[in-house]
Design a protein around this ligand. Structure first.
Ligand code: S3P
Length: 172
């Protein structure tokens, strides 16, 4: 693996359930890089859950905090960074990610995403709604934007180890 890979952050983008956090953690381990999860960092910085931030302050406020947290992480040492599904859709956040990282879109089919998002605690966009319908709508709007990532890797196959290996191959 070229040493230069470890000099930039690697940012994982894609829809809810695409495996960004799980795959990101394993990839970081494999590469000997630090790992961060933007959703967790936002919750820590705000001292409240993502669902509470959405409920109390609205999505726009969440996107502001998300951009600040991602900017801070990208300014520090190189990380493998898992982002929330909407981060890359925000124009300013996307510009930061594209400029300062190697950005990978984890792409999966709707059925796989639905299956993986059955646990919805930090996913206010799915709360009380039909996950299949929401994810279908989001995919339609967002996939052309995720396609602006530097690299696209399918994360539809399980186990996640396959995807980690596919990413390692892309990087080599
Ligand atoms: C969101 C995805 C979530 C979380 C928030 C909004 C989105 O992250 O940031 O609920 O807009 O797609 P995951 O992709 O980790 O579920």
């Amino acid at each position: 693996l070229p040493a230069s890979i470890r000099e930039r952050s690697i940012v994982l983008v894609g829809l809810m359930g695409s495996g960004k956090s799980t795959i990101g953690r394993r990839l970081a381990q494999r590469l000997g890089m630090a790992f961060a999860d933007a959703d967790d960092e936002i919750e820590r910085a705000a001292g409240m859950t993502i669902s509470d931030i959405f409920a109390k302050f609205g999505e726009a406020h969440f996107r502001d905090g998300e951009r600040r947290v991602i900017a801070r992480l990208l300014a520090g040492k190189p990380h493998v960074l898992a982002t929330g599904g909407g981060a890359f859709i925000n124009e300013e956040t996307r510009a930061l990610i594209l400029k300062d990282s190697l950005c990978i879109w984890l792409d999966a089919d709707i059925a796989t995403l639905v299956e993986r998002t059955a646990r919805r605690s930090h996913r206010p966009l799915l709360k009380g709604r039909d996950a299949d319908a929401v994810l279908r709508e989001l995919a339609e709007v967002r996939n052309p934007i995720y396609a602006k990532a530097h690299i696209r890797v399918s994360s539809a196959s399980s186990p996640h180890e396959h995807t980690v290996r596919a990413i390692m191959e892309e990087l080599s």
